[in-house]
Ligand binder design. Structure first.
Ligand SMILES: [Zn+2]
Ligand SMILES: [Zn+2]
Ligand SMILES: [Zn+2]
Length: 252
């Protein structure tokens, strides 16, 4: 009889699986594939704090730094490099009076916007509405345009209620934020008093009715809840319409 070997799969926060096997991988883990590249999985993803991701990964793939997906080691390195460059740029810009712009030609964050008078740049304070799942966790699960991971942010409450009724019928609510809004550019920066918050306040795109009609024509199910929250309350579709109407009257 061949000698038994303990399974090598690395379970997050626990250590090696250690179940007996003949080849170093127990029956549960023997054919497990990396969810990112399809190679043999050697560990499960330890990303998360109160909820652990737990997806199977090979030795090099990682939990993506932007979004909920998993990426190869090379893509992950690009993401960390980009993040470091951004940190350096943020720090250098503190000493400069010049505004720093993002790829779309608008100030990179609220701190950059504030280097000049917001009004003169076409920005005014306004209330921006968004949707999010209701749950007991310290996490934000908003409605998003899935492919872009863009939060659905709206000045028009009635438009947002329409969007809401097309989403998966789950326990959810409408929230609002005070933002610096420029409708010509179609963006909003969440307001923040402290420099730390201002540097992290990135421009969000505003959803308008025209854009919503376009999206509905092209990809009817593009707007969804942010993935990752399992559980929570679901409604019968017919009841959900009434639920949204009731919740909407309560919102701010
Ligand atoms: Zn195992
Ligand atoms: Zn992999
Ligand atoms: Zn993960």
């Amino acid at each position: 009889m061949p000698k038994s070997k303990p399974c090598l799969l690395e379970v997050s926060w626990v250590g090696k699986c250690d179940k007996p096997s003949t080849n170093g991988w127990c029956s549960k883990h023997e054919n497990l594939k990396c969810c990112s590249c399809g190679a043999k999985a050697t560990q499960d993803c330890d990303h998360g704090s109160s909820l652990i991701c737990g997806a199977p990964l090979c030795e090099t793939c990682q939990h993506s730094l932007d979004g909920d997906r998993h990426v190869t080691g090379a893509v992950y390195k690009e993401q960390t490099d980009k993040r470091k460059q951004e940190e350096v740029a943020v720090e250098q810009s503190r000493k400069s009076l010049e505004q720093r712009f993002n790829g779309e030609g608008i100030p990179s964050n609220l701190f950059e916007l504030f280097k000049k008078d917001p009004k003169e740049q076409g920005y005014r304070l306004d209330k921006v509405f968004f949707l999010q799942l209701t749950h007991g966790l310290m996490a934000f699960y908003p409605a998003v345009i899935d492919a872009e991971k863009r939060v659905i942010a709206c000045l028009d409450r009635s438009l947002l209620i329409e969007v809401w009724k097309t989403l998966e019928p789950r326990d959810s609510k409408m929230g609002s934020m005070i933002c610096y809004v420029n409708m010509q550019k179609g963006v909003a920066y969440p307001n923040a008093d402290e420099q730390y918050g201002q540097e992290r306040s990135k421009p969000e795109k505003i959803l308008t009715r025209n854009e919503y009609e376009e999206i509905r024509k092209k990809t009817p199910h593009a707007i969804t809840w942010a993935p990752g929250l399992i559980g929570g309350q679901y409604f019968e579709p017919a009841l959900f319409q009434a639920y949204v109407d009731r919740m909407a009257t309560r919102c701010l």
